[in-house]
Design a protein around this ligand. Structure first.
Ligand code: ANZ
Length: 842
């Protein structure tokens, strides 16, 4: 063979694979076990594939090829998450149609993926902006709508004034728009929501069923944020309450301030209550509030802040609602009420009982406004007593609590009948009492909010809703799906939803539904499109169903999903929600979409810095493929660090991988049909097969590649290597560096006269079986047998690995060192551990 020239061989194999349709599989073939490996599909941006994509897609391509060689029928699809703001923004800038830009970008992405040797069947790709796809996004929306899992409401929402749209909580980073960095405002806007909160419990509980990284599960659980607590009704007293009985406008329930607490056991320490600025009680009682102006001003100021600002504010602020008091139902004590923006309107009941002795936020607030701190939870003292020096202990703890909040559970004190109880016991008893008295109940609260998915933008899936002349929302019947995105739209943002400007849409609605009917102008968040795309791949051209039952049955759920951990809070949660909702209405028969999930780490520049356009340190995969070849780029990415860790992209080190591939290439010069089997090399070879096969399953690619390097080095030391040994090395290398492996493999055909063998070599290496190791051969040929006397190491002797006891004793006794140590002493016992040690007890 000639010198290693990746450019030539890679182009050659790309063409051969393309012609052979190497990635095409029979999706209905039941003769083989199925394996569904999924990548997070890219957003086809104008900047093309980046290094992050390259790493994660390389990781999945390797696994796909490995599974295929193991004899599985592997589905390894790819597609494009093509709706979205960047394309629309780019379209606005360049005055081109988003559909056209998308098409161009997809072509670029496909070419780039091909140039990296990623073997996807692009004839089965899924493009979320295709009507053939979004018809089903709309259809699923309809199914959810029928279940009441979709609803419209006007809500204070995160508004990006630059993108001119509402964005989800998850898309606000540090108070700024994730996409464009503009400060997010709070604005009252009508919009559509998915009732993801109905699924909160299952979304937590079912994480037990899946093999996902523990930290991802934990983060998702925290994001959903389950808290078990109680609602307590504090009767409204004093001046305000006096007027209630005659006030028809205020219903019975409004005679109470309801608070949500996870620590009802601390209620005897409640010294005031706090309501959120948006709490309706303020408006209801406004005429009784003595400092009305001050309160109204405070409420107005707080409306400018996002929830995040409010939660993270360094200094807590608030204003007392003078003239309003509420009564603690447990001890009938009257407490003041404050409005403060550290209490959020959208969580719990929007009101809290403040216990400054035991809650950090309340403690801070009480310190600032000089409010009473009343300790009722103590670290000592069971149900009997605090002992002889009870008073001292209590005083000491109370003193300490003035400076330091005590948030732990403990024992109750100064708590009437509940004194002496443990916190957890007290919580049970006290919520029981509340329920009995009709003054509250046990509740479970979740931090998760319903998913706001309406966007006032153009380039998204149209929401299949029309409004009758009376303004009522109606689902567009299935026969009109796909409800297509109109094309006659000037999508330059003006604050008016772009779809409202379409004449075609207006006419379409009136023609189908009648005069006076109007269309929904919002489009869907792109996360809706990606919440079900994995269901489409097995049957991507089906016009009758989102996926046929038989294909669903056969292919789903996804066996392995690879992608970034940054998707924990949105995509991975939303996809799980869709799956659960679809399962509940019998559209699918599984309730978790991704059985196994693995993340890849970020790709950093050679100084360990994040690649970013502004820093000018972005490395373009195309130029790297051009320089080193796809095989080196892929192999380096997976060699540089464990998959889930960060990868430093350092060209000097990529050369190392290039040299390794070159070494494998050159080993072919040593291959000889007559080479005798070298036992030592054979052992190493089979050990390597074992290691690689096992590590492959766990995606431990970096250690795999090291093992191949060791094997190649060992082969290099030989004068001649056998065809079989070389074949095995090349086969194991194939998933990582497919082009070079195919080239070497095919060259064997020319080197043999044997017709049968020639046939085998003329077939793709990926149609060969993954090698199996021989367990007999993996034992090390020779070992260092440890010789001990009374447990102390006295010598090490190189012996055959399968040495038996008699032989080992003989060798030991012949050792000069052992002879000296034994010094003629009587041997009482000999313990022999095969393959490891011989201990002589004297
Ligand atoms: C009294 C108390 C005493 C509390 C104590 C805690 C410790 P998680 O676990 O996050 O659910 N809270 C309730 N609603 C709130 C709101 N809308 N905005 C801000 N804070 C709110 O937190 C529940 C606790 O957060 C509740 O329990 C309440 O304070 C506060 F020693 O009630 B707690």
């Amino acid at each position: 063979m000639e010198t290693y020239n990746p450019k030539v061989i890679e182009a050659k194999w790309r063409e051969i694979w393309g012609k052979a349709n190497s990635s095409k599989i029979d999706r209905d073939d039941d003769s083989k076990e199925k394996f569904y490996i999924l990548d997070m599909f890219p957003y086809p941006s104008g900047t093309g594939l980046h290094m992050g994509h390259t790493e994660t897609y390389a990781a999945s391509d390797v696994f796909y090829r490995f599974k295929k060689m193991q004899g599985y029928n592997v589905l390894h699809p790819q597609g494009f998450d093509s709706f979205g703001l960047p394309t629309e923004n780019y379209a606005i800038k360049t005055r081109t149609k988003p559909a056209e830009i998308t098409q161009q970008n997809i072509t670029t992405f496909i070419n780039q993926m091909k140039s990296l040797g990623f073997d996807y069947d692009f004839s089965e790709k899924v493009i979320t902006s295709d009507p053939g796809y979004y018809k089903w996004t709309q259809w699923i929306f309809g199914k959810f709508f029928e279940q009441g899992w979709v609803y419209k409401k006007t809500q204070k929402a995160n508004w990006c004034s630059s993108c001119q749209t509402v964005i989800a909580n998850e898309q606000v980073l540090d108070g700024k728009c994730e996409r464009c960095g503009t400060e997010i405002l709070q604005k009252e806007v009508p919009g559509w929501f998915f009732k993801i909160t109905d699924f909160a419990e299952e979304l937590i509980a079912d994480l037990e069923k899946v093999d996902w990284p523990e930290h991802t599960k934990k983060n998702q659980i925290n994001w959903i944020g389950k808290s078990e607590g109680a609602i307590v009704k504090f009767p409204i007293s004093s001046a305000a309450a006096d007027q209630f009985p005659n006030n028809k406008a205020i219903s019975n329930d409004q005679n109470y301030l309801e608070v949500f607490t996870t620590r009802v056991d601390t209620i005897f320490g409640c010294t005031y209550c706090v309501v959120a600025p948006e709490h309706p009680i303020i408006a209801q009682l406004i005429s009784q509030i003595a400092n009305r102006d001050e309160v109204e001003k405070y409420v107005e100021e707080s409306q400018k802040k996002t929830d995040l600002d409010r939660m993270e504010a360094k200094e807590k602020t608030g204003v007392e609602l003078k003239g309003v008091k509420v009564i603690n139902p447990f001890n009938n004590e009257e407490v003041q009420v404050y409005v403060a923006d550290y209490v959020l309107g959208g969580y719990g009941t929007g009101a809290v009982m403040a216990v400054p002795a035991h809650d950090e936020r309340d403690f801070e607030f009480a310190k600032k406004y000089n409010l009473e701190i009343k300790k009722v939870i103590f670290s000592y003292g069971g149900s009997t007593s605090f002992g002889n020096n009870e008073k001292e202990i209590i005083d000491e703890e109370i003193e300490k609590n003035k400076e330091d909040v005590f948030i732990e559970d403990g024992y109750l004190k100064f708590a009437n009948d509940f004194s002496g109880m443990k916190s957890n016991e007290a919580r049970e008893e006290m919520s029981g009492w509340l329920e009995k008295e009709g003054l509250g109940k046990k509740v479970i609260n979740y931090r998760l909010r319903d998913w706001s998915f309406s966007r006032q933008r153009y380039w998204g899936c149209p929401i299949p809703i029309v409004y009758s002349p009376d303004g009522e929302a109606h689902l567009i019947p299935e026969e009109h799906l796909p409800w297509t995105l109109p094309e006659d739209v000037d999508f330059i943002p003006t604050g008016v939803a772009p779809l409202a400007k379409s004449e075609e849409l207006k006419k379409r609605v009136e023609k189908i539904f009648g005069a006076g009917w109007t269309a929904e102008y919002d489009t869907m968040d792109t996360f809706v499109d990606s919440s079900w795309y994995f269901l489409r791949y097995p049957d991507s051209h089906n016009g009758e169903k989102f996926c046929s039952d038989s294909r669903l049955q056969k292919w789903l759920p996804v066996d392995l999903y690879i992608g970034g951990a940054e998707h924990t809070y949105m995509h991975l949660l939303f996809a799980r929600f869709f799956t659960k909702a679809m399962h509940k209405i019998g559209l699918i028969d599984f309730d978790e979409p991704f059985l196994k999930l693995r993340h890849q780490g970020m790709v950093l520049d050679k100084f360990g810095k994040k690649m970013s356009k502004s820093k000018g340190n972005v490395v373009n995969p195309d130029s790297m493929v051009e320089k080193f070849g796809a095989d080196s780029v892929r192999t380096y990415m997976l060699f540089a660090s464990p998959l889930e860790d960060e990868v430093i992209w350092n060209e000097e080190n990529v050369i190392g991988i290039y040299r390794f591939l070159e070494k494998v290439w050159k080993l072919s010069f040593k291959v000889s049909g007559t080479a005798t089997v070298n036992k030592k090399l054979q052992t190493l070879l089979h050990q390597t097969i074992k290691k690689i096969t096992e590590d492959m399953e766990n995606l431990k690619y970096n250690t795999n590649i090291s093992a191949m390097m060791i094997l190649a080095n060992a082969m290099e030391k030989e004068n001649e290597i056998s065809v079989t040994s070389y074949e095995l090395l090349v086969t194991m290398l194939a998933p990582f560096a497919p082009h070079i492996a195919e080239e070497i493999w095919s060259s064997f055909a020319k080197a043999t006269e044997d017709k049968e063998k020639q046939k085998k070599y003329e077939q793709s290496i990926f149609l060969q079986e993954w090698p199996e190791y021989n367990s007999e051969l993996i034992k090390d040929e020779e070992i260092n047998l440890v010789i001990q006397i009374n447990g102390k190491v006295r010598d090490m002797i190189l012996v055959s690995a399968d040495i038996y006891e008699e032989e080992a004793k003989k060798v030991a006794m012949e050792s000069e060192k052992i002879k000296n140590h034994l010094d003629g002493k009587e041997i009482k016992k000999i313990i022999f551990v095969p393959g490891k040690l011989l201990n002589i007890v004297v």
